[in-house]
Design a protein around this ligand. Structure first.
Ligand SMILES: C[S@@+](CC[C@H](N)C(=O)[O-])C[C@H]1O[C@@H](n2cnc3c(N)ncnc32)[C@H](O)[C@@H]1O
Length: 260
């Protein structure tokens, strides 16, 4: 590990860094290098304090979260802020939960930076959908169960067009990993059922994966939204739907989880 060479973080650069699902031990070495060599960190809401504490002493730490339900800066303001910091010659870490290019608006930020002529680097992170499932003993794929896996965001209310997309996803029969789906879960489940998925299709809901307050609920498609409500499980959460969820029960007796 000591032989690894890391790129120099130059003034005026922006690094779009994935922080993984939360637990700092799941950061990449590149992300750690970025945290230790940037001089300002602009971070999303869903960033574990333990990750921020890895920044070098004296690093400016600024929150720029976008989170449903709470007042948050416009994306264009965040883009402008990143550009302004870079033009001041700062070494800017744009720290985002999971992977910066998976439902995190990192793609939009990269486009804004490129358009402004700001040099940037992308440091991928472990996306929460795959991490939360894996840590719970749900493989994204096994040869017996599936040959594809769908990552989807459920944060938009379903309209006529999106209903057709959701139905099409369900008809593939492949597992679907939902981000930001808790407030629309009842409707999404209804559409999946209407598209032919069985009411007993296995579902796992994993909230706050890798945080002390992590919750996991195993349920079935037909009652997932009700079960989540009854158990007080809400965002941030990942909802895994499909046959791979059923693999978990064959692994649990030997699976090491948490601190053990
Ligand atoms: C704006 S999206 C960002 C996704 C992120 N870029 C990624 O790759 O994981 C935020 C959503 O990710 C999911 N999420 C992020 N961290 C999570 C965690 N620790 N446990 C469960 N879900 C999480 C939730 O669905 C949350 O609403």
């Amino acid at each position: 590990m000591t032989d690894l060479a890391f790129p120099e973080f130059r003034p005026g650069e922006v690094w779009l860094v994935g922080a993984g699902p939360g637990d700092p031990r799941l950061l990449t070495l590149m992300a750690l290098h970025a945290l230790r060599s940037g001089d300002v960190i602009v971070h999303d809401e869903l960033i574990d304090k333990r990750v921020l504490s890895l920044a070098a002493p004296g690093t400016a730490i600024q929150g720029a979260g976008k989170r449903g339900g709470t007042p948050s800066p416009h994306q264009s303001d965040i883009n402008e802020h990143l550009i302004a910091l870079a033009r001041e010659g700062r070494k800017v870490v744009r720290l985002k939960g999971g992977d910066p290019f998976v439902f995190g608006r990192g793609g939009e930020e990269a486009q804004a930076l490129a358009h402004a002529g700001i040099r940037f680097r992308v440091v991928p992170g472990i996306t929460s959908g795959l991490a939360a499932a894996a840590l719970a003993g749900i493989p994204a794929t096994t040869r017996e169960t599936n040959h594809a896996v769908i990552l989807a965001t459920g944060h938009r209310a379903l309209d006529e067009t999106s209903v057709r997309d959701w139905e099409a996803m369900a008809r593939t029969g492949q597992p679907i990993i939902l981000y930001m789906a808790m407030s629309n879960l009842a409707r999404i489940a209804e559409v999946f059922l209407g598209a032919g998925l069985a009411a007993d299709t296995p579902v796992a809901i994993i909230a706050s994966a890798t945080y002390a307050e992590e919750r996991l609920l195993e349920t079935e498609l037909g009652r997932a939204a009700q079960d989540a409500r009854d158990n007080g499980i809400g965002a941030p959460a990942i909802v895994a739907v499909g046959s791979v969820v059923g693999v978990r029960r064959h692994l649990l007796h030997a699976l090491l989880q948490g601190e053990a």
